[in-house]
Design a protein around this ligand. Structure first.
Ligand code: GLY
Length: 288
C-alpha cells in the first residue's frame, strides 16, 4: 500500500523483538495495533490503548508465543485508526471495475458490545458515506488496488484508510449487498464478465431502499464449542417461510456457531431490521 500511495495506518513490521519494543517506546503515539504476522486463527490482533498495553501485547506475541510459534516470529505495529469501519466490494476484470454500494458489518455478539464473533449481521447502504467519500475511495484506494475484491476501510477524520483486503466476498456483508442489487442485475452475468474481460458491458444497479441481515447463532457462541453450551447437529425447524417458499428436504441440522443469516430489503433501514428479525422468529432450534 505504501508503494502505491494507498492511504492506510502508519506502521512498521519487525522480525526482532528489541526493534519492535524500541519502536513502541520511542513513538509519540499512545494507541497502537499490534498484529502477529502469521496465521493466528483470526485472533492475532491486539488493540492497545497505551504503550504499556502495546508492550504487553508484543511480549504475548513474540516472547510467550500466545498465538502460536510461527505467528509470533514477525509482528506489525501500527497506529490505531479511529472512525467508522465500512466494507467495499468491487468486481473487476483486466480493464474495468464496478463497485457495489458499501456495507457495514457487526462484529460483537450484542448491541453495542460483547465478545468478538465471526460477524453477526450487516446492512447496505451506509448512509453516512457521501458521494465525495466514495470518489476519494475510488480514486485513492480502489483504482490503485485493482485485482482485489473486498476492502475494509476506516473512515477517519483524515479521510478513508485501508484496514485490510480480502480476495473473497464478505460474510455477512454479502447477504445484505446482493439482495440490494436491482431485480434486472444478474450476479452470474457479472461474475462471468469478470472472467472474460467483459465487465464494461455489464450494468450493476442497486434497488432503492435498505438491506439488512441478522445472523442466528447457537447458544453460547462465540465461546468454544467444547467449553460452552453450543452444540452441532441440533434439529432446525423453519416454521413458515416469510416471503419465498423454502422447500426443505429431509431434516435440517445446525453445523456450527453461526447457523443462519436472515436478510430483508425495505424502504428504510429500520423496517429492514424489523423484517429481518421477523424472519429470525420463524426459525427455531434448541438454544438459538
Ligand atoms: N465481515 C468481514 C469478513 O467477511 O471478513
Amino acid at each position: 500500500m505504501r508503494r502505491h500511495g494507498i492511504p492506510t495506518a502508519e506502521g512498521e513490521s519487525f522480525e526482532h523483538y528489541s526493534e519492535a519494543r524500541k519502536f513502541i517506546k520511542d513513538s509519540e503515539r499512545q494507541r497502537f495495533v499490534i498484529k502477529a504476522l502469521g496465521l493466528a486463527a483470526g485472533k492475532g490482533v491486539v488493540l492497545a490503548a497505551d504503550q504499556k498495553e502495546a508492550l504487553e501485547a508484543l511480549d504475548d506475541i513474540m516472547v510467550y508465543k500466545k498465538f502460536g510459534r510461527e505467528a509470533g516470529d514477525h509482528v506489525v505495529v501500527e497506529e490505531l485508526l479511529d472512525g467508522e469501519e465500512i466494507s467495499v466490494h468491487t468486481f473487476c476484470d483486466a480493464h474495468t471495475h464496478k463497485t457495489l454500494a458499501a456495507g457495514q458489518d457487526h462484529k460483537r455478539t450484542w448491541e453495542p458490545d460483547g465478545p468478538n464473533t465471526g460477524w453477526m449481521g450487516a446492512y447496505t447502504p451506509v448512509d453516512f458515506l457521501s458521494e465525495e467519500d466514495m470518489k476519494v475511495i475510488e480514486h485513492k484506494i480502489i483504482k490503485p488496488t485493482l485485482g482485489l475484491l473486498f476492502i475494509c476501510i476506516m473512515m477517519t477524520k483524515h479521510g478513508p484508510k485501508v484496514i485490510e483486503y480480502k480476495a473473497r466476498f464478505g460474510d455477512p456483508e454479502t447477504q445484505s449487498m446482493l439482495p440490494h442489487l436491482s431485480s434486472d442485475t444478474d450476479l452470474c452475468q457479472i461474475l462471468l464478465a469478470c472472467t472474460s474481460n467483459a465487465l464494461e458491458s455489464v450494468k450493476i444497479k442497486a434497488r432503492s431502499g435498505h438491506a439488512c441481515n441478522v445472523v442466528v447463532a447457537s447458544g453460547g457462541y462465540p465461546g468454544s464449542a467444547v467449553q460452552s453450551s453450543w452444540r452441532r447437529a441440533l434439529k432446525v425447524s423453519v416454521l413458515r417461510a416469510l416471503v419465498d417458499p423454502i422447500s426443505v428436504h429431509g431434516v435440517l441440522k445446525t453445523a456450527g456457531g453461526r447457523v443462519f443469516s436472515v436478510a430483508a430489503v425495505e424502504d428504510t433501514l429500520e423496517e429492514a431490521v424489523r423484517t429481518a428479525y421477523k424472519g429470525v422468529k420463524l426459525i427455531k432450534f434448541d438454544g438459538m
